[in-house]
Design a protein around this ligand. Structure first.
Ligand code: 1QQ
Length: 402
């Protein structure tokens, strides 16, 4: 099986160049995002439309939050430059740092919704923060849209709670079945954080998907947020000779788990949940993350991107001199969705904005053709990825070339 993985990696290495070519060669059309034509240019909006965003801008969670902020700012600049909300109306975002902390998320949501009176809120970054803070938005009849929350149950919090991030339940089953087909997985070890809503939810979804695919779970181990030494649990799992390690963790712990598993001599596949999707994990693990398999909502190397994804990549790279990741694509799309809801409502009334948002379907976005389902949850295709040469590559494309 190790042999197979090596073969995948070698073939994938050959594909890296063509991937960049797809993006570079694509002729840029007029922006599609920003020209969602179902609604005419609004005429009744105030001079300034103020929205809020709660992201983890400091502490470990900032590997996600800083790109989210950059992506939202890019969307805001584009909305304003294109006159999307009508002549004379400017969109503004007020950014709050929740630092991955539930109490800070609650304080930020209270400030934005109850004191500042924002029209709607993006974030917070983590599901655990969302479960703490979103009820405040719901009680105040204010839209809150998760752009990176993937735990089960987020939109069950109420009619004003939306998300444009695919839940782990929408992503992991496909990742596991593809990983089984490719790697011939029969038995795995499972490792997860048991004190975070997202890592626990990811664990639940992984277990269900493993059972559905008749993959045996040899053993399970847990850790807590902030742990730095994973050697004992990893040793227990590795000693059982799994075909793969299946891990639900946020970036800081995910990074150390990869490094320590390799240092213990484990060179088989690692399958991760959404927390692994930050390029920071790949940067900090280097060659140790080669072959890592992670499901996602967006991939830089997608061979068939929407035009708005191509446009988003170009504009993000021009603005920040860095490539966007999945979290940037989701945050950027979220800001455009909120702007579109205000445009269609032609109003900053929070309920009218909510109703307009709920009505958005077939929205051409970097994530693909996007709709909300009847529970205000994201509907679009996920993408399974494998890390090759330090970057997430679409698994299906890599395999098609084998
Ligand atoms: C959640 C997640 C994290 C990985 C977001 C950064 O998926 O908390 O729901």
């Amino acid at each position: 099986m190790k042999h197979k993985l090596l073969l995948i990696l070698c073939l994938a290495a050959l594909l890296v160049l063509p991937f960049s070519g797809v993006l570079a060669q694509d002729e840029m059309e007029q922006p599609l995002i920003g020209s969602w034509e179902s609604c005419p240019t609004p005429e009744n909006l105030p001079e300034t439309v103020t929205m809020g965003a709660i992201f983890g801008l400091s502490e470990a969670v900032s590997v996600y939050g800083t790109v989210q902020q950059q992506a939202v700012q890019l969307a805001v600049d584009e909305v304003n430059a294109s006159g999307y909300l009508g002549e004379g109306t400017t969109l503004e975002f007020s950014f709050e740092d929740s630092a991955g902390n539930r109490d800070q998320a609650i304080a930020a949501m209270t400030k934005l919704v109850e004191e500042d009176g924002v029209v709607a809120v993006l974030g917070p970054t983590l599901s655990s923060e969302a479960f703490a803070a979103d009820p405040i938005a719901e009680e105040n009849g204010t839209v809150v849209m998760g752009v990176s929350n993937t735990a089960n149950g987020i939109t069950d919090m109420g009619e004003y709670v939306f998300r444009d991030s695919l839940g782990e339940a929408a992503v992991i089953p496909g990742t596991i079945s593809q990983a089984k087909a490719i790697l011939g997985l029969e038995k795995v070890g499972v490792f997860y954080g048991n004190d975070d809503d997202f890592t626990v939810s990811g664990y639940d979804v992984f277990v269900q998907a493993l059972q559905d695919n008749e993959i045996e779970i040899l053993g399970e181990e847990t850790f807590a947020k902030g742990d730095v030494d994973f050697n004992a649990q990893l040793t227990n799992l590795i000693n059982q000779e799994p075909d793969a390690l299946v891990v639900s963790a946020l970036a800081a712990e995910a990074t150390q788990i990869i490094i320590q598993a390799r240092a213990l001599g484990y060179d088989g596949p690692i399958i991760g949940g959404n927390g692994f999707n930050s390029p920071a994990v790949l940067r900090d693990t280097g060659a140790d993350s080669e072959g890592l398999i992670v499901g996602g909502a967006w991939n830089y190397g997608n061979p068939d991107p929407t035009d708005s994804s191509v446009q988003f990549v170009e504009q993000y790279e021009a603005a920040y001199d860095a490539s966007p990741d999945q979290f940037a694509a989701q945050a950027y799309t979220g800001a455009w969705l909120l702007a579109s809801a205000v445009r269609c409502a032609d109003s900053v009334d929070r309920t009218e904005v909510r109703d307009a948002l709920a009505g958005i379907t077939d929205f051409d976005s970097p994530l693909g053709v996007f709709s909300f389902d009847e529970n205000r949850d994201a509907l679009h295709d996920p993408i399974a990825q494998i890390v090759v040469d330090g970057a997430f590559q679409p698994l299906a494309v890599v395999m098609a070339e084998e």
